[in-house]
Design a protein around this ligand. Structure first.
Ligand code: 7TS
Length: 400
């Protein structure tokens, strides 16, 4: 049996999405900016797709949604543009991010820091959540931007973006949120709270890879990301990825249709699976489940290296993660676990299971069996587990 439980890394393309994209490769392949019927053949599909994308996040027509190639690109764009527009010009000198942002935010923040921008990396609390108050404490009159993700990719922790947006508005500071892990898992409405920029990526909600987006509120314009032929309202030149945009539109529509299912059925399956995992001795989950996206579990098995567990799972046909796939090649401690201050031995023990609307009960039952066998095998050969005394200080509160 093959079981895919790494949906926070990427997702299967919904077959309906694939079907909608296909004609744009082999029939309607014109460049939308050309002046003939091959071009205009692409226009209705593009228009419908953009309407679905706007509707999916409740963006009003006057705001911009710019299609990029991925969330990494959208995140880079926001921070670097703020650097050019506000920091380099001397209007402001500071930005705030959380210390558990995706590397596409953290590495960009480090880069602009090396160019002279002050950067505050906000801590998370013991539940893995950035508290809105900490944002208020760090804002100065020289702060240009706050960038805090909506939902964390490793723990699934949902951050208080409404409150953070409110604080930014009070202080006249721009607010960006990376909503990659929020689309299709929690309602996203850019008009229901203060947000200036919002990032998302099609391949995280059963759309194609290579298509991301950035929402930009009217009046909060950024510098163009790519200068050239003025596509995407001049923000991002380059021939449009027609099939990709059509795919993102359909995927957004399907994600909104499936939102209730994610929030009830997927959540229930996740909760039951987590209950069973937590029955295994010496297991820990950091963020309480009601404060998480419905599909994610980051769980530690004391005494077991995350990578060893992944290997046992992989041999049984199960794909999971020790955290972010982007960082999985190096054997570093899970960055969220480190940020929470978990003891060194636990920071290496985290495994992430992320479900989707395609996950079945049968797959989870099978995974549970495999995990139980792996725990016995790996703890049997674990020196750290053998020597860990009862009540060993973990730095974490057990949630069972
Ligand atoms: N932001 C968040 C919150 C993410 O989870 C990811 C990918 C990205 C940005 C980057 O998205 P992309 O469109 O540029 O690919 N996160 C993960 C992950 O958790 N495991 O692998 C990739």
């Amino acid at each position: 049996m093959n079981v895919y439980l790494d949906n926070n890394a990427t997702t299967i393309v919904d077959p309906q999405v694939f079907a909608e994209m296909e004609p744009y490769f082999v029939q309607k392949y014109g460049n939308p900016n050309s002046l003939h019927a091959f071009a205009s053949d692409t226009h209705p599909g593009l228009k419908t797709a953009m309407e679905k994308i706007y509707a999916g996040i409740h963006a009003p027509k006057e705001d911009s949604v710019v299609i990029t190639s991925c969330a990494t690109e959208s995140n880079n764009w926001v921070l670097k543009s703020i650097y050019f527009q506000y920091i380099l010009t001397g209007k402001k000198n500071h930005i705030i991010v959380s210390e558990v942002e995706h590397p596409s935010v953290i590495a960009t923040a480090k880069f602009i820091e090396s160019m002279g921008c002050k950067v505050t990396y906000l801590p998370i609390n013991s539940e893995g959540i950035v508290e809105a108050q900490t944002v208020r404490e760090h804002i100065t009159d020289k702060t240009a931007l706050v960038s805090v993700m909506w939902a964390n990719n490793e723990t699934g922790a949902i951050f208080p973006v409404e409150e953070i947006g409110e604080i930014c508005a009070e202080h006249n500071v721009l607010f960006h949120t990376d909503a990659v892990q929020a689309i299709g898992k929690t309602p996203v409405d850019v008009q229901s709270f203060n947000v200036d920029y919002l990032t998302f990526s099609a391949h995280k909600f059963h759309g194609p890879k290579g298509v991301g987006a950035l929402y930009i509120k009217k009046g909060k314009e950024l510098m163009p990301l790519l200068h050239g032929g003025s596509q995407m309202g001049g923000y991002r030149s380059g021939t449009l990825n027609v099939a990709g945009i059509v795919g993102m539109g359909k995927a957004m529509e399907a994600a909104i249709d499936a939102l209730d299912f994610e929030m009830t059925d997927v959540r229930e399956m996740r909760d039951d699976f987590e209950d069973e995992l937590l029955k295994i001795e010496d297991t820990f989950v950091v963020t309480p489940r009601e404060k998480r996206t419905p599909n994610t579990i980051l769980i530690s098995f004391r005494g077991i290296e995350g990578e060893s567990m992944l290997w046992d799972l992989n041999r049984a046909g199960i794909g999971a993660s020790t955290g972010s796939a982007c960082a999985s090649e190096d054997l570093e401690a899970n960055s969220v676990m480190e940020a929470i201050g978990a003891a060194e031995d636990l920071a290496h023990t985290a495994i992430r299971f992320s479900l989707s609307r395609y996950t079945t009960q049968e797959e989870l039952d099978y995974t549970l069996k495999v995990v139980k066998t792996a725990v016995v095998r790996l703890r049997g050969i674990s020196s750290s587990y053998a020597y860990a005394p009862e009540g060993h200080e973990s730095g974490l509160d057990a949630h069972h």
